[in-house]
Design a protein around this ligand. Structure first.
Ligand code: IPM
Ligand code: MG
Length: 362
């Protein structure tokens, strides 16, 4: 029996609820395929601020490094939202990404054919939408220094720094082109080259890297134009690659193509081994949703689909990943919906029930 160590960090809000359902589905995978998943757990985010005074203990990173993957719930909530607070729940996810060197964030956006009617966009615009957004995750405005606030004679001042090195831009672009080769062979590189120096460098490097992949079609877009095109012609995108903050914003927008953030998994990856696997962090992109926490309303599918990405990308278990995705697909086909994706005629189920339905279909 193959054993795999996994660190789970349920976090805050709906994090623990959706995590429970993902673990339920993974338990079925263990049974069916004869693997053993060895879980370690760590309190992070607001819960860790309450318990330890910090959003993430250094132990969390060492536990993560001793594991094949981190399955991450969500962090944050109104309780820890004071803008003056010195520690924030978000420090946990940012610290984990940075300290594990997880520079490539993969956010697939697929519109399920049976859920075309659940988006606020017209079905005919959405039809065929199947894209992969690759967000640079450890550089840019999130991490650049100086980053600080201060008081001056004329009032409050603040600065964040948008900085990228050639190395950071080159490596994320290679990830995009390589993944595009396994898909529809199109890369849209998104920048703000008409205004920002980082954007100009990004585009220059994107052209150089693109030249190394003659089989892949490349398109360069300004981020504002891309925001518009995502709504106008979403199905025309295959792989989108962009810097950290643009990727953050565009992926929330893209999530709405799929009807709900509750359907959107993600993988954050660092350096890969020759076999293509390597440590990764897997999280739903929806966040902690404190407004619905504890009510059984959360959609666990994004968390379950994140676990599937973990099986594929960190554990190298392709058949198992496909089995999990197939189980989600079958639950949707049979009309089961959590409230966030419920359209007229659907069978509305709560978080647990959706988890049960998926687990029994694995
Ligand atoms: C995301 C989230 C995070 C981010 C927050 C929670 C720090 O919005 O993963 O997209 O901005 O990266
Ligand atoms: Mg975000």
């Amino acid at each position: 029996m193959a054993t795999y160590s996994i660190l789970i960090t349920p976090g805050d809000g709906i994090g623990p609820e959706v995590m429970e359902e993902a673990l339920k589905a993974l338990a079925r995978i263990q049974q069916r395929f004869g693997h053993e998943f060895q879980y370690d757990e760590e309190t992070i985010g607001g819960a860790a601020i309450d318990k330890y005074g910090v959003a993430m203990r250094p132990e969390a990173v060492s536990k993560a490094k001793a594991s094949r993957a981190v399955l991450f719930g969500a962090v944050g909530g109104p309780k820890w939202d004071d803008p003056k607070a010195l520690v924030r729940p978000e420090d946990a996810i940012l610290g984990m990404r940075k300290q594990l060197g997880l520079f490539a964030n993969l956010r697939p956006v697929r519109v399920h054919p049976l859920m075309l009617g659940d988006s606020t966009l017209k079905p005919e615009v959405l039809e065929g939408t199947d894209m992969l957004v690759i967000r640079e995750l450890t550089g840019g405005l999130y991490f650049g220094v100086p980053k600080r606030r201060w008081e001056s004679a004329s009032g409050r001042q603040a600065v964040d720094t948008l900085r990228y090195s050639e190395r950071e831009v080159v490596r994320i672009l290679h990830v995009a082109f390589q993944l595009a080769q396994g898909r529809r062979k199109k890369v849209t590189s998104v920048d703000k080259a008409n205004v920002l120096r980082t954007g100009q460098m990004w585009r220059e490097i994107a052209k150089e890297v693109a030249a190394q992949y003659p089989d892949v079609e490349t398109e360069h877009m300004l981020v504002d134009a891309c925001a518009m095109a995502l709504l106008r012609r979403p199905a025309s995108f295959d792989v989108i690659v962009t810097e950290n903050m643009f990727g953050d914003i565009l992926t929330d927008e893209a999530a709405m193509l799929a009807g709900s953030m509750g359907m959107m998994p993600s993988a954050s990856l660092g350096k890969r081994t020759k076999g293509g696997t390597g440590i990764g962090l897997y999280e739903p992109i929806h966040g902690s949703a404190p407004d619905i926490a504890g009510q059984g309303k959360a959609n666990p599918l994004a968390m379950i689909l994140s676990a599937a990405m973990m099986l594929r990308l960190s554990l190298g278990l392709e058949a198992e990943a496909a089995a999990l995705e197939g189980a989600v697909d079958s639950a949707i086909r049979d009309g089961y919906r959590t409230p966030d994706i419920a359209s007229p005629g659907a069978t509305v189920v709560d978080t647990r029930k959706m988890g049960d339905i998926v687990a029994e279909r694995v």
